[in-house]
Design a binder for this molecule. Sequence first.
Ligand code: AMP
Length: 540
Amino acid sequence: MIGQMMQMPLTVGSLIEHAARFHTNTPIVSVETAGGIDRSSWGAIGLNARRLASALRQLGVNDGDRCATIAWNNRRHLEIYFGVAGEGMVCHTINPRLAPEQLIFIANDAQDQVLFLDQTFLPAVVKLRPHLSSVKHFIVMGARDDEAAQMLDGVLFYDELIETGNPDHPFTHVDENTASSLCYTSGTTGDPKGVLYSHRSTLLHTLAGNQPDGIAIAAKDTVLPVVPMFHVNAWGVPYIAAAVGCKLVLPGPGMDGDSLVKLIDSEAVTLSLGVPTIWLGLLAALKNSGSKAASLQRTIVGGSALPPSMIATFRDEYDVELIHAWGMTETSPLGTLNQLLQHHSDLTADEQATIRNGQGRPLFGVDLRLINEAGDILPHDGKTQGDLQIKGHWIVERYFGMPSDTVTSDGWFDTGDVASIDTDGYLIIRDRSKDIIKSGGEWISTVTLENILVSHPDITNAAAIAARHEKWDERPVMLAVQREGATTTEEALLAFYDGKVPKWQVPDKIVFIDELPIGGTGKVQKNKLREVYGDILITE
Ligand code: AMP
């Protein structure tokens, strides 16, 4: 027998409709890329999202067409999230910190039709333009600017464009199984891969991710997402914020500690989210400024491992609860969050902090398991380590444009992380079987760094590893084998990277060794190198 309740599609458009209708005057505060603060509201965001949707239709953009953004966290970016997806097009967020070749690869692979950009990225986009084969419309996210108009022939201006749109345009026709947004992840080998989220996966992620033991945002919160909106739909926060109608504070390009302290204090932020590097910057700035971040109640930290003393520092010096979370681009990203159980309430603060240092428990809607190399399922005893696999309503099944699924034959996605899980379901990430380096939350491809070094005439072999770093969490260190008789120096090799990768990707150190450890399958055993050299940037 079929149930007899209404069948309403789970769509991104329905989120903004709710926020605009029931939280009309709740403020959205946005630091503009050009400086200054823009004050808007859910009602105004909803109107502009509709205007944008209708204007894009008039430009000839069709259902499913990818509309890319290269932008910081700001009000127009939020409107694009909802206007594009609400209309059945796909909001493709691109990371501006990537090297030009990767930006070109990603935009062409996605076949982006539209590219929205913050004006500060205009010079970079002018250089990329001859290589962007599919983009028909470049839209600068601001008012008309004659200088910008001269730099990029045919460029449109967001503020003018939405004036041509209809503010009553309805978001009604979207099928919940169609794609709503796209984000690329970088692999250790090969090109970046696209993860194509659906309306349904996004809505289920929104609802489950905001449970009391999840992100738990309430309408009375003021939320500062420091995680960039070009990373995994900024951890679901734009959607959750619309669902609950909280005040949002979008920090623009200023993610340094001093700017964040000012924003937290001036806007009375209660909850903020970001990678550990951001919080190290914030803690340093709080100390310098003497601010106690009095309004701040909680911070959510994820994206890479938590530095050990961070929970205690936030708790003891600022009375802020720190919640550790784990996820990945392929998991939308929320997989686990760390909230305590009832039986932990008798533990001391330090015992509780030990549990909270781990990555936490799975949300309803995802399932986790550990397996060994033979594919056996391993026990959840808190000790046994295995490859972490995940499945659920918002987990990738197939990468964008790939011919086959990326999941195991029994339907699990292999995360590439090595982990243990205890009897209560608490996950601890022990290592990464994939070797990519994560510096301040941004990927650095080991393969790129190695290819550059081995192209140097004095080097025969090289391996890049992620070495622990106090500020950036991880930084690249190269282990290099020199050609016999060669006399090159570390300095000369570091200079060899100039112009070949963005400056922040240049390795911190190059160590010469006699040979690289090679395992049974002929691969360099990076875990062995990490064991020996993983702390070299901290101990020196
Ligand atoms: P991304 O796709 O950029 O979000 O990166 C996902 C990867 O980041 C995961 O597979 C983990 O290796 C790592 N990661 C994310 N969150 C955490 C965390 N809380 N602790 C340790 N590693 C993490």
